[in-house]
Design a protein around this ligand. Sequence first.
Ligand code: G
Ligand code: MN
Length: 342
Amino acid sequence: MSKPLPTDPQGSWHWRGGAGRLIIEARTGTLLSDMAGNWSLDALEKMVEGLSRGRLGKALSASDGPVRCGLRLSNGRDVHFVGAFVSDNEARGMLLAGESFPEIDPAEMRPGPDLVPVYQPIISLRDGRVVGFEALARWDGIEVNAPPSRYEDQALASNMLIRSAETLSKLREGARRDDLFMHVNLTARELTRSTLPALIEALMNGYKLPEKALRMELTEQAALRDENHALSAAMAMKAVGAGLVLDDFGTGHSSFQWLADLPFDSLKIDHGLTRRLGEARIDTILGTITLLATRLGMSSTAEGVERREDAGRLRALGFDHAQGYAFARPMDAEKALAFLKG
Ligand code: G
Ligand code: MN
């Protein structure tokens, strides 16, 4: 891996290869605000120090995969373009500057005593095995997806991510299952203010986790808040090796537009649909969604499955995975390991 990513998001970038334009949005008053604009690569090169020239053009000359490029500007500042291609000829990502992610001291990042992650198994419908977990924040005995308001979003996301990565690493080792993955929920705010790409990279390196072992669950809420930023932040996470999961599909919080714009790895179908399994129209819709998932190269997970006997029907409709009380409730790390071994 190249040198650690800096943590400070300065804005976003959008490469339109067809037109040869790089659109940079940088917040005013930030270190790199003078990079904002709609650039040709030639024009941008004039701001770049000698040794760094040509690098960005090279990074953008691919037509798929991650884009990671560090440049020294002629004013002495370093900037990193981190992102990925969303389609042929079009890439998006974040502009990062500042300090590299510091050494992680898990003790310092622990959430408060009333807020701990719990892990709900995700089951393969092919053989009934646990394939991964979703980390959920449990607060005063109840699980929540969105963080409680008295906690700072960003701190919560970091905490959840650090704890979940630590747990994932223990589970993979303890159960000798190097195929296990962990889903972590991100709210719109966490995503758009994200220092997470650098953290994800540090955790993947620190715990020796392979690509897509950590998977970020996003809903369309993120896109509604600030679409450009949400897309850029998601692509930056993809560039460092995180998987992307579209959560709550079918509820009105996750739409086709968001699906069209982002190369998700996996789709989670909301319990609002899955609990009506067996109704003719619902089954047609579910079967069509799993077909869509397959055609877009995504796996599909049925959420909120409460009846064990639904497993066969879900499999017949093309679902890969299921999650819900029928299989297991969220549990702490110790129980998760026992569950895997049992
Ligand atoms: O949308 P998302 O996947 O983030 O939702 C996860 C939430 O659903 C958690 O709060 C979790 O506790 C809850 N949950 C998990 N399994 C079930 C289930 O089988 N039934 C119901 N009603 N809720 C569930
Ligand atoms: Mn979720």
